[in-house]
Write a protein that binds this ligand. Structure first.
Ligand SMILES: [Zn+2]
Length: 278
C-alpha cells in the first residue's frame, strides 16, 4: 500500500517546493473552517442577545401602555386634580429623585374625643384624615415610605406623635390641620415651621406649590407648636384652610379640592427631598 501510494504520488505530482505539503494545506483549511465556525457561533450569540433585548423592550412597551400611573403621578402643572388627561401623549414625570428609602411622617391633627374645629357636621379631625390619606397615596405613588401618627379615629397625644416621627427616623414631618377665626371672611392655607432652616425651606416649598395650584395661600409663619418643637427632622404644620370661612369650608369638604391640596403638598415635599440621600 505504501509503495503504491508513493508510486502514484511520484507519477502524478512531482514534488514542487512552491506548493505546501498536503498536511499544511489541510491545517490551513481546518483553520479556515474553524474561523468560519467561530464567526457563525458569534453571529448566533449576537442574534440571541438581540432577540432578548427586543423581547424585554417589547414587554416594557406593553407594560407602559397598560399602566397609566406614571403619567398620573405628575402633580406639577395639573392644578385641577380631576382634569388629568388620560389619553394622548403621556405626561413626562418631572422629578429626578429616587425616593425609595425616604420616609415621610404624616400627622392628621386631632382624633377621637378631640375633633378640633367643628362647623355643623364637619369636624377638623375628619377633614385632616381625608387629606392625609390622599397625600399618603400621592407620596406612595412617588415611591416614598409613609408613616402615619394615627390611621384611625384615635386621640393621640402630641408628644406621642412626635415620638412616632422620631422613632420612624422620618426624613420630614407634615402635620395637617384646619384653621378657625372669629372673622369668617379670613381664608387661606398657612404653613408653619419652628426654629429650623430646613423646616422653613419645606414650608416655603409647600406654600409655593399650593399657591401655584391656585390654592389660596398665605405667608409662611413661625409657630411654636409642640409637634414641631419635639420632632427632629424638617417639620411643618399646615393649616390647610379656615373652616370658619363658608366658601373655604365647602372647598375643604370636597374630594376634588382635597386631592388638589394633597398633590400640591406632595410636590412641595418632593422638591424638599430632591437630592437627599436615601
Ligand atoms: Zn387643629
Amino acid at each position: 500500500m505504501e509503495i503504491q501510494n508513493k508510486n502514484r504520488q511520484g507519477a502524478e505530482n512531482a514534488p514542487d517546493p512552491s506548493v505546501p505539503p498536503k498536511k499544511k494545506r489541510r491545517r490551513r483549511k481546518q483553520g479556515r473552517q474553524l474561523l468560519l465556525a467561530y464567526a457563525i457561533r458569534g453571529l448566533m450569540v449576537l442574534a440571541a442577545v438581540l432577540c432578548v433585548v427586543l423581547a424585554v423592550q417589547g414587554v416594557r412597551f406593553l407594560i407602559s401602555l397598560s399602566s397609566p400611573t406614571e403619567a398620573q403621578v405628575d402633580t406639577g402643572e395639573n392644578t385641577g386634580g380631576q382634569d388629568i388627561q388620560t389619553g394622548g401623549e403621556p405626561e413626562p414625570v418631572e422629578y429626578t429623585i429616587q425616593p425609595r428609602g425616604l420616609t415621610v411622617v404624616l400627622d392628621p391633627g386631632h382624633g377621637g374625643a378631640q375633633p378640633g374645629c367643628v362647623i355643623g357636621d364637619l369636624e377638623e379631625k375628619d377633614i385632616a384624615m381625608s387629606i392625609t390619606q390622599q397625600l399618603k397615596g400621592e407620596l406612595e405613588l412617588l415611591g416614598f415610605d409613609v408613616v402615619l401618627t394615627r390611621s384611625t379615629d384615635a386621640d393621640v397625644d402630641l408628644s406621642e406623635r412626635a415620638r412616632i416621627a422620631n422613632e420612624a427616623e422620618g426624613d420630614c414631618f407634615v402635620s395637617i390641620h384646619c384653621n378657625s377665626y372669629e372673622d369668617d371672611s379670613v381664608s387661606g392655607l398657612e404653613c408653619y415651621y419652628f426654629r429650623s432652616e430646613a423646616g422653613e425651606q419645606l414650608a416655603e416649598l409647600i406654600s409655593k406649590a399650593t399657591d401655584e395650584s391656585n390654592i389660596d395661600t398665605r405667608e409662611v409663619k413661625e409657630g411654636n407648636f409642640q409637634v414641631l418643637r419635639e420632632t427632629v427632622m424638617p417639620s411643618v404644620l399646615i393649616e390647610v384652610g379656615y373652616m370658619t370661612n363658608p366658601e373655604e369650608l365647602a372647598s375643604l369638604a370636597s374630594q376634588s379640592y382635597q386631592q388638589t391640596l394633597a398633590q400640591a403638598i406632595a410636590e412641595g415635599i418632593v422638591e424638599m427631598m430632591e437630592g437627599q440621600p436615601a
